[in-house]
Design a binder for this molecule. Structure first.
Ligand code: ATP
Length: 381
């Protein structure tokens, strides 16, 4: 059965002042019931603004927002936040310090005026069970760890069964270990409540781990929208490739049938082209090769073009920092079984299927006919 649409944004734009660069430009996207959407992008790209506009804390200049079939923002219609049936979770938890856990969760339930005392007690009990904090009803926020406080904030957001839960960098105040554990828990909790959610993050691993869909944002636009796997394996632009996969990029020049780089020659076909608007490699004399860190194969070789400048042991893998003669650095990640020593020369190779080609962004040799990926209307469904 097809999932119903829970949120639809059509060409939403926001400019904070007439002279400012737009914070959002023609953002369109659709979220289905039960799905978790991660808004991912660098600082200042508009993630929080988009979340606040969906919540109703900010108004957009143009565009239409529909939540569960009801238009909540349009030119002639604006529904205030308290009538949008949205739950919010903030980075700093925003719990009332003078209220117990139970009273923090019950706060919004009293406000609606729809529930009896017995119903509220049951809703609090259910919400605490959902987030794994049963028995902590009487504690105060300062008697809880950061992770527990964030779970209370999540319980408070979920207790009224909102149509949509919005989470603004919910894990970024927590230390790394708690953060990694809680991101799995967060997903499990949202899924077991069948909640639809949008969360903001600038951490690509976090976005991949929690989300069913990811919107990669850049300068107020959604540059790519898709599943975590789709975005990782088929980045739609060099920006997405760099931001999401943290891949290496190497300049390559055409030399007869092969493409020469500083670390060796590669055979390329049109199949290696990125999924953009460029149809054929014949259009180029020079391109950029994207090579993911995990796809580089290293072989000790005195004639090799790269030197191992550093090596880090990361438990499940080794991270090598490699340097070419000209000083360009590439990062490689390998299994920890065979550790190569720092200072030796290596030859690098890459499986043909793993290479992706982007038009060179330097401008030189850039074909007049082809278009760079520009962010004018980021309609994504
Ligand atoms: P971060 O990850 O750093 O929180 P972000 O992607 O969430 O960044 P936003 O906070 O949405 O980015 O900001 C987008 C742009 O809008 C920025 O240029 C920011 O300076 C601007 N901006 C945000 N809020 C306001 C405001 N209230 N008044 C004026 N400009 C604002």
């Amino acid at each position: 059965m097809a999932q119903s649409v829970i949120l639809h944004l059509e060409s939403v734009s926001k400019q904070f002042s007439r002279t400012a660069t737009p914070a959002l430009q023609n953002v369109s996207l659709t979220l289905h019931q039960g799905d978790i959407l991660g808004l991912l992008g660098p600082s200042g790209c508009g993630k929080t603004t988009l979340l606040r506009i969906i919540a109703g804390f900010e108004q957009s200049q143009s565009g239409i927002i529909t939540i569960n079939g009801q238009v909540v923002a349009a030119v002639d219609n604006w529904v205030p936040p308290e009538k949008r049936n949205i739950g919010m979770v903030f980075q700093d938890y925003a719990l009332f310090p003078h209220l117990t856990v139970a009273k923090n969760i019950a706060f919004g339930l009293h406000n609606s005026g729809k529930n009896s005392g017995t119903q509220i007690n049951q809703m609090v009990t259910d919400a605490l069970e959902l987030v794994g904090l049963s028995g902590m009803e009487s504690r105060y926020p300062h008697e809880l760890s950061g992770g527990q406080q964030q779970r209370v904030a999540l319980a408070r957001a979920l207790a009224p069964s909102p149509t949509l839960v919005l989470l603004d960098e919910p894990l970024s105040n927590l230390d790394v270990q708690v953060r990694i554990r809680l991101r799995q828990e967060l997903r499990d909790i949202l899924k077991s409540a069948s909640a639809s959610g949008i969360f903001v993050t600038h951490d690509q691993e976090e976005a991949m781990a929690i989300s069913d869909q990811v919107a990669v944002m850049r300068a107020g636009c959604v540059e790519q929208f898709g599943t975590p796997e789709g975005i990782y394996t088929q980045p739609a632009s060099r920006f997405v490739a760099e931001f999401v996969t943290q891949a290496n990029f190497l300049l390559a020049h055409r030399r007869e049938q092969a493409w020469e780089t500083e670390v060796g020659a590669f055979e390329l076909t049109d199949n290696n082209l990125f999924r953009g608007e460029v149809a054929s490699l014949d259009e180029f004399d020079r391109v950029e090769l994207m090579i993911r860190q995990e796809d580089l194969i290293l072989k000790p070789d005195n004639q090799g073009a790269m030197i191992i400048r550093d090596r880090q042991f990361l438990g499940r893998e080794l991270r090598y920092c490699l340097r070419t003669e000209s000083g360009q650095e590439l990062i490689a990640r390998t299994t920890p079984q065979v550790a190569l020593p720092i200072g030796i020369k290596v030859k690098v190779s890459v499986g043909e299927d793993c290479l992706r080609v982007f038009p060179s962004t330097s401008g030189e040799n850039y074909p007049k006919s082809s278009k760079q990926v520009v962010c004018q209307d980021s309609i994504v469904r």
